[in-house]
Design a protein around this ligand. Structure first.
Ligand code: ADP
Ligand code: AMP
Length: 219
């Protein structure tokens, strides 16, 4: 399956993607994680991306699309993928369509995670991620690690993302509403959108997501 996850920052896209990707046997591709890996390797792309990320803005389309395309062309993604954080505006959605069209492929579903802004702010304030692997995500109260400050999966140090400071989060939410939300209408035009509430426990949301994707797949 080729699936796009959409939702505000902090909706739980990464958290859900980890379960869904495993269940569906497809790779989880997060452009945010790819940028963070570039930042920790101190690449030129990482340096460029960091200035935009720390300000809560989108990284320019040209470099983002090239990076996403490169990742989607890796052998493990040829049979399908779960995109998290890409596309993030209508130009990126159009570029993705174009990319798939040249290969004779198309998306199967766009899963839209709905969460009110105030819940997002609470989720992000408590988010801690692992230095070794930014797909290992915790929350100080909702998903606390067994040992404070350490990743359950690999023992890595947990830290708070620079762009998770409250002011930056408000800016990222504004960017989401103005630039990213329009892709939901874009994909509604292709009849691909399934919307679920992302409130409640992590496994309840996973259950809702799997049922919604199954319904979409049956149609
Ligand atoms: P996104 O990838 O959409 O930015 P994350 O998956 O990183 O969001 O989740 C943001 C924060 O909210 C993390 O700290 C995560 O542990 C927590 N979280 C995710 N899903 C839930 C949930 N259903 N209930 C409470 N907290 C959650
Ligand atoms: P995320 O990990 O998805 O919350 O993304 C963190 C930050 O990375 C965003 O606030 C953007 O600055 C940048 N980013 C991630 N994905 C994209 C994208 N598709 N387009 C532009 N910027 C992105």
């Amino acid at each position: 399956m080729r699936i796009v996850l959409v939702g505000p920052p902090g909706a739980g896209k990464g958290t859900q993607a980890a379960f869904l990707a495993k269940n569906l046997s497809i790779p989880h591709i997060s452009t945010g994680d790819l940028f963070r890996a570039n930042i920790s390797r101190q690449t030129e792309l990482g340096k460029l991306a960091k200035s935009y990320m720390d300000a809560g803005n989108l990284v320019p389309d040209e470099v983002t699309i090239a990076m996403a395309k490169d990742r989607m062309e890796q052998p493990d993604a040829l049979g399908g993928f779960l995109l998290d954080g890409f596309p993030r505006n209508v130009s990126q959605a159009e570029a993705l369509d174009e990319m798939l069209k040249t290969e004779g492929l198309k998306l199967d579903a766009v899963l839209d995670l709905e969460v009110p802004d105030e819940e997002v702010v609470k989720r992000i304030a408590g988010r801690r991620i692992c230095r070794n692997d930014s797909s290992h995500v915790y929350h100080v109260s909702y998903k606390a690690p067994a040992q404070e400050g350490l990743c359950d999966e690999c023992g890595g140090e947990l830290y708070q993302r620079d762009d998770d400071a409250e002011d930056t989060v408000r800016k990222r939410l504004e960017v989401y509403h103005t630039q990213t939300e329009p892709i939901i209408d874009y994909y509604k035009g292709q009849d691909l959108v399934v919307t679920i509430s992302a409130l409640g426990k992590v496994d309840e949301v996973t259950q809702r997501a799997m049922e919604a994707l199954k319904r979409e797949g049956d149609e």
